[in-house]
Design a protein around this ligand. Structure first.
Ligand code: BG6
Length: 477
């Protein structure tokens, strides 16, 4: 962890850097998780001096963080430099290579290098080619004193491609230019604490695992409801979001990974290879269960948002019902539903157990003795279990009750509430360690894209529904 390290961030003036990466780097630094010899090289098209980039970064961090130790922040910012460049221009990468080499020579060490592609997917291919063309897939030029085990890694954001054909093309190119151990394909949902706990919950609590199959589970519902409206996201990301839409933006990646963690087999050993393999095996068995249940919709007013084409048919909401063709899950519907501009935010997974076939009470509750286990990924992170209870009294009336656990209850230290680490801190930290468990491999990405590409083909045949901003998801039909 203490080896000299250089982060090279492509797209260093963009949304992701401003909202997530700069703050994640700061948090890792202030917690002492970064090497004392660390540097950040920002790379983007906008002309900026090193000082201006440091100011820019200072501003983004102060905007998002309270009670900062100012001296520590200044020490942190001293490690930031900037290079103006164009990702499609090879010369820019030669300049970058020269700067990196000079800096390594100055400190007298070959530093580890981490390239972060915080740029639109349309620029991936040229960036990969130029990194490799400029000789940056190896950590150092021969003139710099080399260090055994020095490494170069590349972090790639989602969406990785736009459909199965493009994903395959990009993956082939990546595979030719880098070793698999150098490639970190990000799905930041995997790095959320609540997602990691899905595995712990399932495989460390035998009582549930024995019920985890089509004999006992009726259906599973995965939701990704966002309240955020264009003012906060689409205005900045409009051009990027339009043409991609909800299914590719969060369905192809975050939601299918939620499904994978709920449905995968026990990896037996908790290491990257086994976990990625178990996730990919279940994803390869997923298909559309009912093509007539497909729904795609767009909120009213989307077309007049900034950067959106005025005849766009991009969906901002979708609902699909999937099935998993294996012994454990055959016949169990997995409903996935996501949308923007809804009435509330919630990302969760609900597991509905089959109703009791021998109800004790004649007049059971309308929801019929159904137990439901709910994993709340965010906000109000927690786990809830619904069970049935006889209301005290001389009659036999059933009422639902809840056993629940909230992360906030255990995140109290010295009487002060603590926060869960942001997923991007974990992404950067694990990449530095070289641990690929919370990143996706080629097989997972291909299985996800195959399914999504099939759905998108069918979509051409169904109408695009319009819904009002602030709608309740269940009302969109
Ligand atoms: C991103 C999507 O991957 O995830 C966004 O592109 C979405 O559209 C976001 O809003 C949600 O992530 P988080 O961590 O804010 O829940």
């Amino acid at each position: 962890m203490n080896d000299p390290l250089t982060f090279i961030i492509f797209g260093a003036t963009g949304d992701l850097y401003q909202n997530k990466l700069s703050v994640a780097l700061w948090n890792l630094f202030s917690l002492g998780f970064l090497s004392t010899e660390f540097r950040v090289v920002g790379f983007a098209r906008r002309p900026m001096t090193h000082g201006e980039f440091q100011n820019f970064t200072r501003h983004t961090i102060l905007r998002k963080t309270k009670n900062i130790d100012q001296n520590k922040l200044e020490d942190f910012l001293k490690c930031f430099t900037y290079i103006q460049g164009d990702l499609e221009n090879f010369q820019s990468f030669q300049n970058l290579g020269r700067e990196l080499m000079e800096e390594d020579a100055r400190i007298g060490f070959c530093t580890n290098k981490l390239f972060y592609l915080a740029v639109p997917p349309t620029l991936y291919a040229s960036t990969f080619k130029n990194i490799a063309g400029a000789g940056l897939t190896v950590p150092c030029a021969p003139s710099v004193k080399s260090r055994a085990n020095a490494w170069t890694r590349v972090l790639v954001e989602k969406p990785f491609g736009k459909d199965i054909t493009e994903a395959k093309r990009l993956d082939k190119m990546l595979g030719e230019l880098f070793e698999e151990s150098q490639i970190f394909r990000i799905d930041h949902y995997l790095a959320k604490e609540t997602m990691q706990n899905l595995l712990t919950f399932r495989f460390s609590n035998g009582v549930f695992e024995s019920l985890w199959n089509n004999k006992n589970i009726e259906h599973v519902r995965i939701i990704f409801h966002e309240k955020n409206v264009p003012e906060d996201t689409l205005a900045k990301r409009g051009a990027l979001y339009d043409g991609i839409g909800a299914l590719r933006d969060v369905g192809q990646n975050h939601m299918l990974q939620m499904l994978a963690l709920i449905a995968m087999e026990n990896p037996k050993i908790m290491n990257a290879e086994n976990i990625q393999d178990a996730r990919s095996k279940v994803l390869e068995k997923v298909s559309l269960l009912n093509k007539y249940s497909l729904l795609r919709a767009q909120y009213k007013g989307y077309l007049s948002e900034p950067n959106i084409k005025n005849d766009s048919t991009t969906e901002t909401f979708f609902r699909v019902i999937l099935g998993i063709n294996n012994k454990r899950w055959r016949g169990v519907p997995f409903e996935m539903e996501s949308g923007k501009a809804l009435n509330k935010e919630e990302m969760s997974i609900e597991v509905f157990f089959k109703k009791s076939s021998l109800p004790l009470m004649k007049d059971s509750h309308a929801e019929g003795n159904q137990n439901v286990l709910k994993f709340i990924i965010q906000p109000n992170e927690g786990i809830k279990f619904r069970f049935w209870f006889k209301r005290p009294g001389f009659d036999f009336t059933l009422v639902p009750q809840e056993l629940s656990f909230n992360y906030s209850d255990i995140l109290i230290s010295n009487n002060k509430p603590e926060k869960l680490h942001d997923a991007y801190e974990r992404v950067l930290y694990d990449c530095i360690l070289g641990d690929q468990t919370l990143f996706t491999n080629t097989k997972e990405i291909m299985a996800e894209w195959k399914l999504v590409t099939d759905i998108i083909k069918l979509w051409q045949e169904i109408p695009l529904i319009v819904y009002k901003k602030g709608s309740v998801a269940e009302d969109i039909k």
